[in-house]
Design a protein around this ligand. Structure first.
Ligand SMILES: Cc1ncc(COP(=O)(O)O)c(C=O)c1O
Length: 285
């Protein structure tokens, strides 16, 4: 329920749920800056909003349990913030004595290279939330927190499926496998390769407005000739890619996400990109 109250992905996910007082501030979406500024002359104004707007007008830091942030925005459109963004958010949290929680549900478990995506930014959150990949396909979630925050007596937070043997075994096996392999370097290397190949496609397909990503978390923003969003074309491309037997998901208003399994081979990447190019050609002719 925490995430249902916190999310601003879709209003239907919040409907009929009791509300905890939350406030949302802008993410560093430099391709479409909501503050109409340009990086780096913007001075990361979006991060400073937290202090200048939220903590001044909406929520007192005294009454604020935590600031939640995704290292790379997932559902919002696979948005990679510039390096200073998380540093600024971290500083504001520290200055105001508010906990920083990294939502690593999508970004964690080596998806962006290191185990936690915040490591890319040299940032340490007091709490990190993990799920999805940590279970290796079985339902598993985890919360990592500083020891001094974990002083709850046993049993205050219990549930039916917590500690499920099968999910725990799958999770341990997944972590052992990913930890042993040269996962970080491999993810970085493959990610750069995919971004470079998508960048080449961008030169031939003007509907690709932006290619961005970190490790194997890559987004392609589909645009109209005037660079405004084009969700109709985005969905058409997804349908054409599906006909090529490649499953891609949308995110944000007009973005296609590439989030392949971490064990994907270079040959499989090449095949997938070839099929994506076929789909692009058919969708745009
Ligand atoms: C970034 C992020 N946080 C949290 C969640 C919710 O995770 P769960 O379904 O494990 O509650 C999602 C689900 O997509 C997500 O993408």
């Amino acid at each position: 329920m925490g995430s249902l109250s916190l999310t601003c992905s879709k209003v239907k996910q919040k409907e009929h749920f009791p509300v905890i007082h939350t406030a949302h501030s802008h993410y560093a979406y430099c391709y479409r800056c909501s503050l109409n500024l340009e990086y780096p002359s913007c001075g990361i104004e979006c991060a400073k909003e937290l202090e200048n707007l939220i903590f001044k007008k909406e929520l007192s830091p005294e009454d604020t349990a935590a600031v939640f942030v995704e290292p790379v925005q997932g559902e919002g459109g696979y948005i990679v913030p510039p390096p200073e963004f998380h540093k600024e958010v971290r500083k504001i949290c520290t200055d105001n004595n508010v906990l920083l929680v990294a939502d690593e549900v999508q970004t964690g478990c080596f998806r962006t290279g290191p185990f936690l995506a915040m490591e890319n930014f040299g940032i340490r959150a007091e709490i990190s939330c993990l799920a999805k990949a940590i279970g290796g396909g079985l339902p598993m979630g985890a919360m990592l927190a500083d020891r001094e925050l974990m002083d709850w007596p046993p049993g205050v937070h219990s549930n039916t499926f917590g500690g499920n043997f099968l999910a725990s075994a799958a999770s341990l096996a997944t972590l052992q496998f990913l930890g042993k392999e040269n996962t970080k370097a491999r993810v970085k290397e493959l990610g750069s390769y995919i971004i470079q190949r998508l960048g080449e496609l961008q030169e031939n397909f003007p509907c690709i407005g932006d290619v961005r990503g970190l490790g194997l978390m890559i987004g392609v923003e589909i645009v109209k000739p005037d660079k405004s969003i084009d969700p109709i074309l985005r969905d058409k491309i997804l349908r054409e890619t599906f006909k090529e037997r490649i499953l891609l998901l949308p995110c944000g208003d007009s973005v296609i996400r590439f989030s392949p399994p971490l064990v994907i081979t270079t040959e499989e990447v090449d095949l997938g990109l070839e099929k994506f190019e076929n789909a692009l050609r058919r969708a745009t002719r």
